[in-house]
Design a protein around this ligand. Structure first.
Ligand SMILES: N[C@@H](CCC(=O)N[C@@H](CS)C(=O)NCC(=O)O)C(=O)O
Length: 223
């Protein structure tokens, strides 16, 4: 049985969404955010203190895009996964990692300098500059998404989950109002998926059952 350690709407939403799309059984272990401070015993499970942490038997993974790649390759060949022999194998890997390395990275600086730091250390200029940087990077998807429904391989894949999470985080940061039209339509398509809705419902139910707040940390929500 797969176990996923998760905080509501944190990056661990990527593997949760993949698990729901694939239909795999899993156990969801909910944590308050940030676990490093709010759930100290979690450091024994993942010394980084970050989510996700996914276990498949004794095997542990802690990178959300890599976990999606693993789940897709092992449990969803020809569907969420794009095989090495498919023409879009390269673009698939590129978008899968673009979601975390290129899109989520500037968002973390927005979060840090507008929400996480104590008021006297906040840097509105840094937050606003990195919000613009994120939106500029996101805008590069506009011509592609004006032409096609999903990022690659003419179907929904793990790459869409990776980029889709960056859009969810952007929404929490209030940046969705600045999405370009085709990106906005794509984001709506992703949210309309049954797998996305099931993942949202699963994290809420697990949070209720385990006594963890059901809404994202105030640090992750647009004010
Ligand atoms: N590159 C990692 C980043 C993991 C990460 O930083 N997760 C955040 C949640 S979105 C976290 O746990 N932050 C709490 C902390 O840094 O203490 C991934 O994609 O999984």
């Amino acid at each position: 049985m797969i176990t996923l350690h998760h905080c509501v709407s944190a990056r661990s939403f990527r593997p949760l969404w993949a698990l729901e799309e694939i239909g795999l059984p899993y156990h969801l272990e909910m944590l308050p955010f940030p676990p490093r401070m709010m759930a100290r015993p979690f450091l024994d499970i993942n010394p980084l203190g970050t989510v996700p942490a996914l276990f498949d038997g004794p095997m542990r993974m802690t990178e959300s895009a890599a976990i999606c790649q693993f789940l897709a390759a092992r449990f969803s060949p020809g569907a969420l996964d794009v095989g090495v022999d498919e023409p879009d194998f390269g673009p698939y890997l590129n978008y899968l990692h673009f979601g975390e390395a290129t899109l989520t990275f500037p968002q973390t600086l927005v979060l840090r300098y507008s929400r996480f730091e104590p008021p006297e250390r906040r840097q509105p200029q840094v937050a606003s500059d990195y919000a613009k940087w994120f939106l500029a990077r996101l805008r590069t998807l506009e011509p592609l998404l004006a032409e096609q429904e999903y990022l690659c391989a003419k179907r929904f894949t793990a790459a869409d989950i990776s980029v889709g999470y960056a859009l969810l985080l952007a929404q929490h940061l209030g940046l969705n109002e600045r999405f370009t039209p085709s990106v906005l339509a794509y984001w709506q398509r992703l949210q309309d998926r049954d797998g996305f809705k099931r993942a949202m419902a699963a994290q809420k139910q697990a949070a209720v059952d385990q006594g963890v707040p059901t809404v994202p940390s105030p640090d992750l929500v647009a004010t």
